[in-house]
Design a protein around this ligand. Structure first.
Ligand code: NAG
Ligand code: NAG
Ligand code: NAG
Length: 631
């Protein structure tokens, strides 16, 4: 399953008022229709209404209140309440407010930043990520969160695609900076979170923060006059090609921030964030959600399965954020005494499988698991508001009024929606997997991607059911059962998910074909039992007379790709199979997987201990399936 966030859609009264009226009039009928989930559905919808109404009030009063405004207000109202706890140090609301003021002051003084300029942020999880983010937001800048696992050309591509004026780099990522610095455009001014810089022309931030004033910058710098203007860029792999910067508006931040509240969290809660902040789950749902509640969050540099529960006990954590992989890693930890001894009551996230979900509840006690579905750039979301194991949510008559979506028939071989003889798409029957598409209109806008307009257009499907209609293609296949529960099925297109990150297959093949012995590479994901997502596999065509250099191949992928994107398996083929439309054939390859007993082509496996790819023998295959060989 893919990215996150757009989890809290907003209704606009004029359209739902008639719906609600109909609802009240035909309550009897509806209760039958929705039975037995009537009250759960109603409670959930009421929350959606309340929030939508509140937003509508702001709109009618001509007030635009952003999540940042809320934060500044909280810093006045509850200055001493802990906002962030990081490695045992408490940063109160006032501390974070003041330090972000200092950062805003530094840039105000040293850089000619205009409202709306973009600043790219390359930093791991640490309080300064939040200080820099808020500081720049106070100057009215658009902040682009870069994924620090991405390197070299891909990272350069990400930086360039959002055309930043400034790049701010964390002290622990100077090695990554060094790789791209020579090729970075000259007009990007680079700042590092250090006191002295070893690089020519690179500015230092830490010393200047200490010297800066902690007074707020003029408020007109950040005041938003339009909820739909861009405030953040968050990179997603979309369904094709290199990562793309999804445009995040105030509206989406407000929606994301309401997620925890909608799941029943309160200002008393302590939220544990171990996911990377460059994803919308941690930044919008986690940090944003914490501000919406006025609560406290415990931030972790990097998720650690062995420290997870001890951290939860130490900080009295009550809410955790997860992805499917995280729950599985926790379940794979050796059983310890007193595992149920913690205060965690709520887990919010997505992608947990049924078996892991059950085991998690068994082992770690009565934690309420709130599964949701949403894409960073998408305009639709679902929440499991009824507690059906495995389901991402439930839809009903009213939900569809606000968030018109459909599941349509999909051709897995050609990797595109099926059009009938009249050129229209068709809805699937209940119980069948279909491509999730959601209607784009004024109420459910799609903000697109920064830079290239083509990317934005590619995510849209037009003329779906009738002339002139427009849908957002989520790229995800879902199934709706007879009780209207929705289940995630698979991803389509040129990406797969591994270790909680999306991998764009073209990005991987671009790196492989740089090698002089490779003619062509076809990259896809294959399922491995007991693992979330898909493991990367590349089918290769070698150049004429060339041989596969297993060590060089290894070196190439680990140097240029984040570890989660390195193909675990290689398959060497004589010739590339194409589809009817001359696209690389993936469907059959995915299906055949990596079993040396059934595939006659040579197969190889990425062996980190040998620093090379090694022949994938039947024994090795057996060890991978049994879990003896860790992936
Ligand atoms: C956690 O809660 C316990 C009991 O409610 C309290 O004594 C302790 O001080 C709390 N710890 C922290 C770090 O807040
Ligand atoms: C989601 O499902 C789980 C599984 O039983 C349930 O415990 C939880 O309460 C549900 N989430 C919400 C928000 O109701
Ligand atoms: C490939 O090898 C064969 C025999 O070793 C040789 O005759 C041929 O010229 C080579 N082809 C290329 C393109 O190098």
């Amino acid at each position: 399953m893919r990215g996150w966030d757009d989890l809290y859609p907003l209704p606009v009264p004029p359209s739902w008022v008639p719906g609600a009226a109909v609802g009240i009039l035909s309550l009897h009928f509806i209760q039958k229709l929705l039975f037995p989930y009537f009250w759960a559905d109603l409670r959930y919808l009421l929350k959606v209404f309340t929030y939508g109404l509140r937003m509508e009030m702001f709109r009618l009063q001509g007030r635009v209140v952003t999540v940042l405004d809320k934060f500044v207000r909280l810093a006045e109202k509850q200055p001493h309440k802990p906002f962030l706890i990081y490695e045992g140090t408490v940063h109160s609301y006032r501390d974070v407010d003041r330090r972000s003021n200092r950062i805003a002051q530094v840039f105000l003084q040293h850089e000619a930043l205009k409202k709306g300029d973009t600043v790219a942020l390359l930093m791991g999880n640490e309080p300064d990520f939040i200080h820099v983010w808020f500081g720049l937001a106070k100057l009215g800048c658009v902040v682009a969160f870069l994924n620090f696992n991405v390197r070299f050309t891909s990272l350069l591509h990400c930086v360039c695609s959002c055309e930043p004026k400034i790049l701010v780099v964390g002290a622990d990522l100077l090695g990554t900076l060094e790789e791209i610095l020579p090729k970075l455009q000259k007009d990007v001014s680079v700042w590092i979170m250090a006191k002295d810089s070893g690089f020519p022309g690179v500015h230092t931030l830490l010393d200047k923060i200490e010297a800066a004033s902690e007074e707020p910058v003029p408020v007109n710098r950040c005041s938003a006059n339009n909820l739909k203007s861009a405030v953040l860029y968050i990179f997603t792999s979309g369904t094709t090609g290199l990562p793309k910067a999804a445009v995040i508006s105030h509206l989406q931040i407000l929606k994301g921030a309401a997620g925890l509240w909608a799941f029943g969290a309160t200002s008393e809660d302590i939220i544990y964030i171990t996911l990377p902040l460059y994803h919308s789950a941690a930044s919008l749902l986690g940090i944003g959600g914490c501000i919406e509640l006025g609560a406290t969050c415990v931030l972790k540099k990097k998720f650690s399965a062995s420290q997870f529960w001890s951290d939860c006990r130490r900080y009295n954590v009550t809410v955790i954020q997860y992805i499917g992989e995280l729950c599985r890693y926790l379940c794979n930890q050796p059983v310890k005494e007193g595992e149920k001894n913690h205060k965690v009551r709520l887990a919010v996230g997505n992608g947990v499988r049924n078996d892991v979900w059950r085991e998690f509840l068994d082992r770690f006690g009565a934690v309420k698991i709130c599964e949701f579905y949403g894409a960073t750039e998408g305009n639709i979301c679902f929440m499991n508001h009824t507690g059906k194991i495995g389901s991402v949510g439930r839809t009903n008559f009213f939900y569809k009024l606000f968030f018109p979506f459909d599941l349509i028939k999909y051709d897995f071989q050609k990797d595109e929606p099926i059009r009938n003889k009249h050129g229209w798409c068709e809805k699937v029957k209940k119980g069948e997997a279909g491509l999730l598409i959601s209607k784009v209109n004024a109420k459910n806008p799609f903000f697109g991607y920064a830079g290239n307009k083509r990317h934005t257009e590619k995510k849209l499907l037009c003329e779906v059911f009738k002339k002139g209609d427009l849908y957002f293609n989520t790229g995800d296949l879902m199934v709706q059962d007879h009780d209207n529960f929705l289940y995630f099925w698979d991803r389509t297109g040129d990406t797969f998910r591994w270790k909680g990150e999306n991998v764009a297959t073209t990005e991987v093949s671009d790196v492989i074909v740089m090698l002089d012995f490779i003619q062509e590479a076809n990259v896809y994901g294959v399922s491995v039992p007991d693992h979330e997502g898909k493991a990367g596999m590349a089918s290769l065509i070698l150049k004429h007379n060339a041989s596969l250099d297993l060590e060089q191949m290894y070196k190439q992928v680990v140097t240029y790709l984040p570890s989660y994107a390195c193909p675990l398996f290689l398959r060497v083929q004589e010739k590339m199979e194409m589809t009817g439309t001359f696209k690389q054939q993936k469907f059959r390859l995915v299906d055949e997987g990596f079993n040396p007993s059934s595939i006659t082509d040579p197969l190889y496996f990425l062996d980190n201990s040998k620093k090379a790819y090694v022949s994938l023998t039947k024994e090795l295959h057996e060890m991978i399936l049994s879990g003896k060989m860790k992936l």
